[in-house]
Design a protein around this ligand. Structure first.
Ligand code: FAD
Length: 614
């Protein structure tokens, strides 16, 4: 058996990687431990939110599946950050935990060039520093030109509730043993992180009369390609912790998994457990808890904000201190998992390992947390593994091109102190890299490399033409005071639209072309006009950074012998940045160091023999 691309693990990274690799024409195998858990959402079944919705739409713009599958499976959706400007609005969907995976599996099953296989991988096939396949526990050796590891929380995974623990990748699933050992033999430096989840509670035992319903925004879309088609609606409610809740957690703090067991303590700071909240914010007693439905066909509720690893009887007592949950019953307990991860500075921005050929890594294995972060890496690893196997040059999304670029740039240049989660604030280009314009930003580049088909790209162009017509009309059309009484004389529509109280929809009566735009396209036009000044400022920063990003540094570039600081030398040799832009963001690398590297690059030599010449 031999493949172009072997993907290990059908989580969120693995599904995107395998789908896109196959779409690019690579003969692809997706091996996963248990087909029934393809695209499982082991924590909150929610997709999107600040920083993450941009990733979802960028994955979608590259032809990925996450947005389309979300459109088919969400049961509640909202626009977050609404109190801020529309440029940072973020769509978030509560998806049905059972429909999302089945929709994903359905699409993978129909993908040409893609084979699915249930098997547990326990090692890599490699020769010195080149990987050429995987070994399965049942003794098979499967060869591939490239291998992508997307094993999530499974590498030597162990789950915990208080002092109890058991080897597992997630609750009820075998851990992955053997792969970590091979990675270490291949010279990877590895770490260990943890993450935790909340109990799932029974909606029949919740008194919703004491909870507040959360607003729902119907009709939201997570994909350019397919209209939303939600299977139904189930509301989200809100309740709050109180002084008794937090006191009970604090009284039992020594029974949390991180204190009562040998679990590593490095967890996601931006997603703290209720136990950490009790310690970090001792004065705060009221924490908002969202009661989020797990699916249409189940009574399980995910109490978002209540990740916990205390003994199950105490979990129950903690929950029952909350108004509305006095009689609550737990269906599944909260627990934590710790697992091996690979420090991602050992990867190129294609997500191929720097020192091991043909091995790509994506998702939680790289120290990230979150479905969207995993899927975003998955699509980039999938594209590049396929391109490599097919003998084509790599495809990258750089920091100035999108949130995916920011994510991968940060992973490959910064030491992680904890599981990495995407946040809007991580991007200095967040006004330009919005969820609503991902398709316009990335489609052309994706099409130029065959990642989007001609038919797909034609659809993008067709919609773009409609938007351009509206942009032109806004520039050309003079609006008379009869339409807007605050005007004293006719003014160009574009100028009127800059006023905060005016919206594009108000102009349909004299610019009929607006009516054919979708709500999201209207929003894009409105943002581009209203925030033109801010966008231009960000764009000029982007253009200056782009110049640095376009200067590639060869992987074998020799820093020894260059007149740069010792500090810069150490970090550059360790990190091996792919571009001058990446080098500029490394702690310890100064402008003077960059000038020296730039001059060496301009001289046109990779400087391979410089140290021996001096
Ligand atoms: C308990 C828990 C709590 C979490 N809490 C949060 C949170 O608070 N916030 C958050 O954003 N995210 C959280 N998540 C993380 C979220 O689930 C992951 O970030 C996301 O699923 C990672 O996607 P992935 O594709 O990298 O891996 P996963 O979704 O974990 O998928 C890995 C896949 O690989 C397969 N696999 C593993 N090893 C092998 C092998 N040897 N052979 C074959 N197949 C293999 C598995 O079966 C699985 O299908 C939590 C996860 C868990 C388990």
């Amino acid at each position: 058996m031999s493949y172009d691309v072997i993907v290990v693990g059908a989580g969120h990274a693995g599904c995107e990687a395998a789908h896109i690799a196959a779409k690019l024409g690579a003969k692809t195998l997706l091996i996963t431990s248990f087909i029934d858990t393809v695209a499982l959402l082991p924590c909150n079944p929610a997709i999107g939110g600040p920083g993450k919705s941009q990733l979802v739409r960028e994955i979608d713009a590259l032809g990925g599946l996450m947005g389309r599958v979300t459109n088919r499976s969400y049961i509640q959706a909202r626009v977050l950050n609404k109190s801020k400007g529309p440029a940072v609005w973020a769509n978030r969907a509560q998806v049905d935990k059972y429909l999302y995976p089945s929709e994903m599996l359905n699409r993978l099953s129909q993908t040409k060039n893609l084979e699915l296989m249930q098997a547990h991988v326990n090692g890599l096939l490699y020769d010195q520093n080149t990987v050429y396949g995987v070994k399965t526990e049942d003794g098979r050796h499967i060869e591939g030109k490239t291998v992508i590891l997307t094993t999530g929380t499974f590498l030597e995974g162990r789950i915990y509730i208080s002092s109890w623990s058991k080897p597992a990748g997630r609750w009820g699933e075998f851990p992955a043993t053997g792969i970590s050992e091979d990675l270490k033999k291949l010279g990877f430096s590895m770490g260990r992180f943890n993450t935790g989840t909340t109990p799932r509670i029974d909606e029949k035992t919740i008194d919703y009369s004491k909870a507040t319903i959360q607003e729902n925004d119907p009709g939201l879309s997570f994909s350019f390609w397919e209209e939303p088609n939600p299977p139904g609606y189930k509301p989200v409610y809100m309740v709050r912790t109180n002084a008794r809740t937090m006191a009970l957690v604090r009284e039992n703090i020594n029974l949390t998994a991180s204190r009562a067991s040998t679990m590593v303590r490095v967890g996601p700071r931006y997603c703290p457990s209720i136990e950490e909240k009790a310690v970090w914010f001792p004065e705060k007693t009221e924490h908002l808890i969202f009661l989020e439905p797990v699916g249409l066909g189940t009574s399980e509720i995910y109490p978002n904000g209540l990740a916990i690893s205390l003994p199950v009887d105490i979990q129950q007592k903690v929950l029952r201190t909350i108004e509305g949950l006095e009689e609550v019953e737990i269906i599944r307990p909260g627990y934590t998992v710790d697992y091996d991860m690979v420090w991602p500075m050992q990867l190129n921005i294609t997500l191929e390992a720097k020192h091991v050929k043909n091995l790509f890594l994506a998702g939680q294995i790289n120290g990230t947390t979150g479905y969207e972060e995993a899927a975003a890496q998955g699509i980039i690893a999938g594209i590049n593994a396929a391109l490599k196997a097919l003998g084509e040059p790599p495809f990258t999304i750089l920091r100035h091109e999108g949130f995916i670029g920011t994510l991968i740039d940060e992973l490959t240049t910064k030491e992680l102190a904890e599981p990495y989660r995407m946040l809007t604030s991580r991007s200095e280009f967040r006004m330009i890299h919005r969820q609503d314009n991902a398709i316009w930003r990335l489609a052309e580049k994706a099409h130029s490399r065959g990642i989007l088909t001609q038919a797909e790209y034609s659809k993008v162009q067709e919609r773009k033409t409609k938007m351009d017509e509206v942009f032109n009309k806004l520039k050309e059309t003079s609006v008379s005071p009869t339409y807007f009484p605050f005007l004293k004389q006719p003014v160009k529509a574009e100028t009127v639209l800059r006023r905060p109280e005016v919206h594009l929809g108000d102009m349909e009566q004299f610019i009929p072309e607006i009516a054919v735009l979708s709500d999201e396209e209207k929003l894009t036009v409105e943002i581009e006009v209203k925030y033109e000044g801010y966008l231009q400022k960000e764009m000029s920063l982007l253009n200056s950074i782009k110049k640095l990003e376009n200067l590639n540094i060869p992987q074998d570039f020799q820093y020894d012998g260059l007149p740069i600081s010792r500090e810069a030398l150490d970090v550059l040799k360790k990190t091996k940045p792919s571009t001058l832009g990446q080098a500029s963001r490394l702690a310890g690398v100064h402008m003077s160091d960059l000038a020296v590297i730039l001059s060496a690059l301009r001289k046109g030599s990779s400087g391979k023999d410089r140290s021996s010449n001096q």
